[in-house]
Write a protein that binds this ligand. Structure first.
Ligand SMILES: O=P(O)(O)OC[C@@H](O)[C@@H](O)c1c[nH]c2ccccc12
Length: 260
């Protein structure tokens, strides 16, 4: 079993437990459920930098990245740096995150927040809304075409943006549909952890222009961004490069200043 299969197997158990404890009717009464969300796709379309900065304490590929920070400090730092949005990992077992991280980030900043999660059930989309997300991630490698359709349409009905992540042409072909806002090309293969910017370059050619293109993972310098822009990318998702430093916000500021 590869790591992605393991994560999904654990996730199904976790989601069933959550559902048993907190009914959907309770999620819908959250004060955040009626909050007007901010569109990340719109922000990226009008931005000159396109940086989406991630909060990630650890990962299966790198183990510990940073366990010493408060998510609210990281969020405020990223906000001051002028990033377009923040991605908050909410998976606990493999990434050391939680829905509380999302809630605390929401309480700290107004910018678009992405719930970075392995979504396999509609329930998690309602949770995303209830905990203050503006955007959800859907990972094509773990979903069927019909799930992508149902999940993205539910997200749209809640006024959440949808970032659909793919790693190869087959995943892209099975996923393209009008209920998506952004297409994310993951430079990291989630099954083998191999990282290559070539993945973004190669797949850019077959992404229709209606979607905002986001390049994800393994971006560690501004040269990578300059290399990817000519391929039509308007969004760049960066985690470890910022999170491995003592002050991710300051690192994002330096990075963005160098880009301008
Ligand atoms: O830390 P990096 O290499 O900059 O990558 C960030 C982000 O792209 C990565 O965390 C990610 C992309 N897709 C995912 C899906 C699940 C968990 C994590 C991810």
């Amino acid at each position: 079993m590869n790591i992605l299969d393991k994560i999904v197997k654990d996730k199904r158990v976790e989601v069933d437990l959550r559902k048993g404890l907190i009914p959907i009717s309770q999620l819908e009464t959250s004060v955040l459920f009626d909050r007007h969300s901010n569109s990340l796709a719109h922000t990226l379309r009008t931005s000159s930098t396109g940086i989406i900065a991630e909060h990630k304490r650890r990962s299966p590929s790198k183990s510990v990245i940073n366990h010493d920070l408060n998510v609210q400090d990281v969020a405020k730092g990223y906000d001051q740096a002028g990033v377009c949005g923040m991605s908050v990992l909410t998976d606990g077992k493999y990434f050391g995150g939680s829905l509380d991280d999302l809630l605390l980030a929401r309480a700290s900043v107004k910018m678009p927040l992405l719930r970075k999660e392995f979504i396999i059930d509609e329930y998690q989309i309602l949770e995303a809304k209830a905990y203050g997300a503006d955007v959800i991630l859907l990972i094509a490698a773990i979903l069927t075409t019909s799930e992508i359709k149902t999940f993205s349409e539910l997200a749209k009905s809640l006024r959440l943006d949808v970032l659909l992540e793919v790693h190869n042409e087959e995943e892209l072909q099975k996923s393209i549909m009008p209920s998506l806002d952004m297409l994310g090309i993951n430079n990291r293969n989630l099954k083998t952890f191999e990282v290559s910017l070539e993945t973004s370059k190669k797949l850019s050619k077959i992404i229709p222009d209606d979607f905002v293109k986001v390049s994800e993972s393994g971006i560690s310098n501004i040269e990578a961004i300059k290399e990817l822009r000519p391929f039509g990318y308007q969004g760049f998702l960066i985690g470890e490069n910022f999170m491995k430093t003592e002050d991710p916000g300051a690192s994002a500021t330096t990075f963005i200043n160098a880009l301008n």
